[in-house]
Design a protein around this ligand. Sequence first.
Ligand SMILES: NC(=O)c1ccc[n+]([C@@H]2O[C@H](COP(=O)([O-])OP(=O)(O)OC[C@H]3O[C@@H](n4cnc5c(N)ncnc54)[C@H](OP(=O)(O)O)[C@@H]3O)[C@@H](O)[C@H]2O)c1
Length: 284
Amino acid sequence: MSRTITVIGATGHLGRLAVEALLERGVAPSDIRATGRATERLADLADRGVQVLGVDRDDEAAVADAVRGAAAVLLVSGTEPGRVEQHRRVVEAAREAGVEQLVYTSGPHARGSSVQLLADHATTEELLETSGVPHTVLRNAWYVENYTAQVETYRAHGMVGAAGEGRVSLAPRREYAEAAAVVLTTDGHLGKVYELGGEARTLAEVAAVIGETIGQEITYTDVPVEQLQQILAGAGVPAPMDAVLADVDRGIADGELLVPTTDLETLLGRPATDLRQAVEEALV
Ligand SMILES: NC(=O)c1ccc[n+]([C@@H]2O[C@H](COP(=O)([O-])OP(=O)(O)OC[C@H]3O[C@@H](n4cnc5c(N)ncnc54)[C@H](OP(=O)(O)O)[C@@H]3O)[C@@H](O)[C@H]2O)c1
């Protein structure tokens, strides 16, 4: 029986990988509705028979069209200020459409976290809970790609952070995407909150592994949070993101981005890829 799965955010990295993971798990292309604004990025998926729909999350009617008739929806959290309102729009549309499962990508320990970047996730989880929409929360820890994407900066300046000896749980995006595909295609996940993450490493260790992989030593310099904020501002990160991003390192230092669970391994049915291999995949 045909069962449509809508992916809100398929034009982004994680959503794209989730569509690929659904296809790999045998979901028929015509049962996947891939949505986002930049649909030109989805042309190859359309060629493979995936439904592609242009959806701006600020457009209530477009969001309703994206969700209508879907049995399940993967809501990839947004990137922009005001994203909670966008999430609310999707949750409300899912409620009205009678969606059977809404899967939301949240952040580590979102409801109890003091990390500023995660506040929107906490709010979204709360509105999901009060909506009555059957749902599953995927609290994704950090992407390895958050660091590998900055390799050119590290080559030039080394890595600078404020995380001290704190460890952050890491996995490649594709494994969070695969976990999403698993909960969208197997039973038993309604009402569950999964804390997903792989290997936990200090930022100094992340720098060292990146350095060993690219054959150039990458130093890690630890600075106070306020200094990191100033460095980010100096590099062009606008306020308040400079403070919000510096606060992530404060969160790592305090252990708030450490996910000591085996949820990811359980959903994948195998251990998560370790840091060294994930860095090699990204950079070699
Ligand atoms: N756990 C982590 O380490 C980590 C790191 C970074 C981000 N995140 C969170 O995880 C999410 C997924 O990560 P990612 O790397 O896949 O992010 P990404 O590549 O930036 O993708 C974000 C998606 O949001 C969509 N989007 C944003 N505003 C939209 C709007 N108004 N209407 C329609 N689509 C909109 C983008 O669509 P268009 O491009 O088509 O507009 C894109 O598909 C991010 O959005 C963020 O909430 C987590």
